[in-house]
Ligand binder design. Structure first.
Ligand code: SAM
Length: 340
């Protein structure tokens, strides 16, 4: 959508709405729209008044001609923009947890600790509108900050945040055999397992997230000596690939008759570089990633340059390479089911 073109059924941005201002997939910010408010970024100054009445998803232009997109908040986007008060769970782990805990509308879920509320947001969204998430953290300020975030994201009626030492006291008695799923992200989760067993309905699942195998082992011991079965531990690893369209020079730049020196070629400013995005939209890279290319990539680029100089139009190929900064281990997810 360009500059606020409205279609039937579109949700329009209003004063007080939370929007995710999207510059690129690596640069997003949560902004609450206010009458006469301003948003400033490297593309210039944007007036909130120009956003009010436009549909979510639209592209808006700032005073200097730069643009951003205004996205409707979702748990996935919230995880990327929230304020980190602790380590958080990311989308790969979160989606796995939601699927294996079978969280769906109507579920009652209990969780500890709340931390920055990254997982809680996704749990609440999955359990709404008829279910509820009760989340516990022993850190008062963190609990209060999470409450404010749930107000901001519009989820506060589906989440209750309480201050409690779950490792010391366990979950409250009122949950006994009432709960559909439990999630633990605690330093010593095994201490909470007896209370998890009491809280869960028969045959319902628990998941515990731990960064190291020693904690997993202790949690598994506690699960097997309590009333749990079907223990499974997973590690979810994320590997992102950059997908580009590249023109391959026929000689891959190895033609010895061409005596341009490698340094002369490398010192040229990098050409803009076409990148394919979803929906086949094309964007031009700034070229800053060029410094991270491998020797082979440089040879390919070199071949393309020489061919361009010869005026040849080479076919483009879609190529993929793993991102230099691949996200590795975050933790282990241990699932189990309370015996019937
Ligand atoms: N899963 C959260 C997320 O995605 O944002 C992050 C949880 S954070 C890593 C762990 C939290 O557990 C911290 O906020 C900490 O205060 C809380 N915590 C640690 N020990 C606790 C205990 N005994 N009872 C309750 N909360 C505890």
């Amino acid at each position: 959508l360009h500059d606020g073109e409205v279609r039937r059924g579109d949700r329009l941005i209003q004063d007080g709405d939370l929007v995710i201002v999207y510059e690129s997939y690596k640069q997003m910010k949560a902004v609450t729209v206010t009458k006469n408010g301003e948003f400033q970024n490297r593309y210039g100054l944007f007036m909130h008044n120009d956003w009010i009445g436009k549909p979510f998803g639209c592209k808006v232009t700032g005073k200097k001609g730069g643009f951003v997109h205004l996205l409707a908040p979702s748990p996935q986007l919230w995880t990327l923009v929230l304020t980190h008060r602790t380590q958080i769970l990311y989308i790969m782990d979160i989606s796995f947890v939601l699927a294996y805990l079978e969280v769906r509308p109507g579920c009652v879920v209990i969780e500890s600790g709340t931390g920055s509320g990254s997982l809680t947001t996704a749990l609440a969204r999955a359990a709404a509108p008829t279910g509820h998430v009760y989340t516990f953290d022993f850190h008062e300020q963190r609990a209060e900050a999470a409450r404010k975030d749930f107000e901001r994201t519009g989820l506060s009626s589906f989440v209750t945040v309480s201050v409690r030492d779950i490792q010391g006291e366990g979950f409250p008695e009122e949950f006994a055999s009432e709960v559909d799923a439990v999630f633990l992200d605690l330093p010593q989760p095994w201490l909470a397992i007896p209370s998890v067993a009491k809280s869960l309905k028969a045959d319902s699942p628990v998941c515990s997230f731990s960064p190291c195998m020693e904690q997993v082992q202790r949690t598994c011991e506690a699960l097997t000596t309590t009333q749990f079965r079907d223990l499974r531990t997973f590690e979810v690893l994320l590997r992102s690939y950059e997908v580009h369209e590249e023109c391959f020079g026929t000689d891959l730049g190895l033609d010895s008759s061409n005596n341009e020196s490698e340094s002369a070629i490398l010192s040229e400013s990098s050409p803009p570089h076409k990148r394919l995005c979803s929906g086949n939209a094309e964007v031009i890279d700034s070229g800053e990633d060029r410094s991270q290319l491998s020797a082979k990539d440089n040879l390919i680029a070199k071949g393309s340059k020489k061919s361009r100089r010869r005026g040849e139009q080479l076919p483009g190929y879609v190529v993929a390479r793993p991102e230099a900064e691949a996200k590795g281990h975050t933790g282990y997810l241990t699932f189990a089911r309370r015996a019937v």
